[in-house]
Ligand binder design. Structure first.
Ligand code: UDP
Length: 237
């Protein structure tokens, strides 16, 4: 396999692990995703993974708690997902490490950039948990930040839809999918690729983002081989 990208940051939303129930972790789906990842990892791609926490809790929608407390709960939810997903990767024969942005010694190693790079160089997948470690941010921002830190060539944002559309494809059957678009164009058209903090960071750092549908066998491999699956957002010129 000839890959276009050799070091990637994969962003999975918490909901991606939950399946149709929308809550918790669906074992069949988590296994399927782990297999897809294991396949490309075994072929030599270095992989950092940021998993969201929306399948358990999001700070902004937590009831009767302050935003900061809710966000701390959300960050811990991402740690739960990462600990679980490391086990699914292990079931596929892949060695991984959970690195947490907030110190929780028994759950994972404290994140530092050199530690993450060392694990990657030892052929381990790194699960970058706990978001950025700060409230008021999202795991999209954590994905963008960690991608820049580990020197990832691209952020792969796995979603339920197969790319970025000019309108909601669930509501508008005429919606048009972009194969390729620049950060500036996506911003001016107000396309929802990532939240605005994450997106402006990617634009500033000239980080390409590929939005694609993960739950389709072989899609991750195809994306890495440069097939036009999904949409790529990258700096023009
Ligand atoms: N979160 C946070 N700081 C971060 C990343 C995440 O406070 O840097 C909290 C926030 O409450 C967020 C929750 O963790 O709602 C789960 O993350 P996110 O909503 O990004 O998960 P996803 O929607 O991708 O499942």
């Amino acid at each position: 396999m000839a890959f276009e990208y050799k070091k990637i940051l994969l962003k999975l939303s918490g909901e991606a692990l939950a399946g149709s129930k929308g809550f918790g972790i669906n074992p069949d789906i988590a296994s399927q995703i782990a297999q897809e990842i294991a396949q490309v990892h075994k072929a030599g791609v270095q992989i950092g993974i940021v998993i969201g926490g929306g399948n358990f809790i999001r700070g902004a929608s937590a009831e009767n708690v302050s935003r900061v407390a809710g966000d701390a709960m959300g960050m811990l939810a991402t740690v739960i997902n990462s600990i679980a997903f490391a086990q699914y990767l292990q079931n596929c024969g892949v060695d991984s490490r959970v690195l947490t942005a907030v110190r929780i010694d028994k759950a994972g190693e404290y994140y530092t950039q050199p530690a993450a790079l060392e694990h990657l160089n030892k052929n381990r997948i790194v699960l970058l948990a706990g978001g950025t470690g700060n409230p008021f941010f999202t795991t999209d921002t954590a994905a963008a930040l960690r991608c820049a830190e580990i020197g990832g060539e691209v952020i792969l944002k796995a979603t339920k839809v197969d790319g970025v559309y000019d309108s909601d494809p669930m509501k508008n059957p005429e919606a048009k999918r972009y194969d390729q678009i620049t950060h500036t164009e996506a911003l001016s058209r107000n396309l929802k690729v990532m939240d605005s903090t994450a997106f402006s960071f990617c634009m500033e750092q000239k980080l390409p983002i590929i939005v694609f549908k993960l739950l389709q066998k072989g899609n991750l491999r195809k994306v890495l081989e440069g097939e036009a699956i999904g949409s790529i957002v990258k700096t023009g010129g």
